[in-house]
Design a protein around this ligand. Structure first.
Ligand SMILES: *Cc1c(COP(=O)(O)O)cnc(C)c1O
Length: 390
């Protein structure tokens, strides 16, 4: 089976991990800091906290911007459940904004409508979480203009998108947001096994995120909340000032991530090359690919193809799987999940995301995919579509 996504681990990656395993620091050592510094350099953001996964980073991001019990947070239905769950972890309430039918990312006009209708009902929105679907940035300038006019914090879920560009600048630079989150799960662009990171240009958000990801502890005596108990001071001292979590990542994971970053640029180029070949091969078919606006570079976490509305997606999916092509579907709209249906959401509520979902397939795309394998995917895809249209 040719999978839809796959990591690429080199012998240099393995050596880097082994070096850390032979060092005194397995966790909270120098390699975590080196990885965080490298992520800042790559994205252009001022601060970074690496964490054990992107779900944790989204949770901490929501807490850092102040999402608390009863607060309203908006994201899109076309995402992994973690984008929405992060707000629920904080006691917040999630609502959704439909996607743009061409870019498949949060639609800025739909966001404006949603914020206006919520404001009319006297419901302020604490934070907006746009998702850079399949590696393509949302129109962040437009989203930020709308979100800021309603006083919302902005958290970019860039789990798919490290290495991509928006307006010719790296995704993750936080020019149009408070915080950006990356994922380093093996199916994503670079991996640390499990892993994620939070990036921000805001020093206060950074300090809060750093603290919340490590039990809510302060170790720097200058920052201590309580200072009048001499017995409680000394080299050993720490103070817990918040209810934090243990969302730390290990040094050996960061050694992997740090070395993976060396390949980021060439992998994004390779993903874009492969995507261009798919697009070229499909121009005469009755299918639709994601629109990439000018001045955007998709990181191409996924290659998305929407079948004709008349096609039987289930049949196409099953036949491709039977023929060794590991297609997948991204995403079942989050508001249709039983957990969210039980919270009042219903089918028909976000028609663009739902119509998209019924037609979509993710084709194999990863840097190690060979030309021969890709040709196999293309010929099988074309053959199966023909078979399904007779
Ligand atoms: C993968 C993913 C996450 C969660 O990432 P983990 O690192 O697995 O926790 C969150 N949001 C989106 C859009 C994702 O694709």
């Amino acid at each position: 089976m040719i999978p839809y996504a796959r990591q690429w681990i080199s012998s240099a990656d393995i050596d880097a991990v082994v070096d850390v395993l032979n060092s005194p620091w397995l966790t909270q050592g120098p390699v975590v800091q080196a990885f965080e510094k490298a992520l800042c350099a790559q994205s252009g953001a001022a601060h970074c906290v690496a964490m054990n996964n992107a779900t944790a980073a989204l949770h901490i991001a929501c807490l850092a911007v102040g999402v608390g019990p009863g607060d309203l947070v908006l994201t899109v239905p076309n995402t992994f459940v973690a984008s929405a769950n992060a707000a629920v972890y904080c006691g917040g309430t999630v609502d959704f904004v439909d996607i743009n039918p061409r870019t498949l990312c949060m639609d800025a006009d739909a966001l404006e409508e949603k914020l206006a209708s919520l404001a009319a009902k006297g419901k302020p929105v604490k934070a907006v979480i746009p998702v850079h679907f399949a590696g393509l940035s949302c129109d962040m300038a437009a989203i930020a203009r709308v979100a800021k006019s309603y006083g919302c914090a902005i958290i970019e879920d860039a789990s798919h998108a490290i290495g991509g560009l928006y307006q010719n600048a790296p995704i993750g630079n936080c020019t149009h947001s408070d915080i950006t989150v990356f994922s380093f799960h093996p199916v994503k662009i670079i991996t640390t096994g499990e892993g994620g990171a939070l990036l921000t240009n805001n020093g206060d958000l950074f300090e809060r995120a750093r603290r919340l990801a490590n039990h809510g502890l302060i170790r720097n005596a200058d920052d201590f909340a309580v200072r009048d108990q001499p017995e409680w001071f000394g080299e050993w001292a720490y103070q817990q000032v918040d209810l934090g979590y243990n969302y730390r990542i290990t040094d050996f994971q960061c050694a992997l991530g740090l070395n993976q970053l060396n390949s980021l640029k060439s992998w994004i180029n390779r993903r874009n090359q492969l995507a261009a070949v798919y697009r070229g091969a499909f121009v005469d078919l009755d299918v639709e690919c994601q629109r990439v606006p000018d001045s955007y570079l998709s990181a191409y976490h996924l290659f998305i193809v929407q079948l004709s509305p008349a096609a039987n997606r289930r049949r196409v999916f099953n036949l491709l799987r039977q023929n060794g092509i590991g297609v997948n579907v991204h995403y079942i709209p989050v508001h249709t999940q039983p957990f969210y249906q039980a919270r009042g959401f219903y089918l028909g509520q976000f028609p663009v995301a739902e119509a998209y979902y019924r037609r979509t397939l993710s084709l194999p795309l990863y840097p190690k995919l060979t030309e021969e394998e890709q040709q196999q995917v293309i010929s099988q895809f074309i053959a199966v579509l023909r078979q399904c249209s007779v």
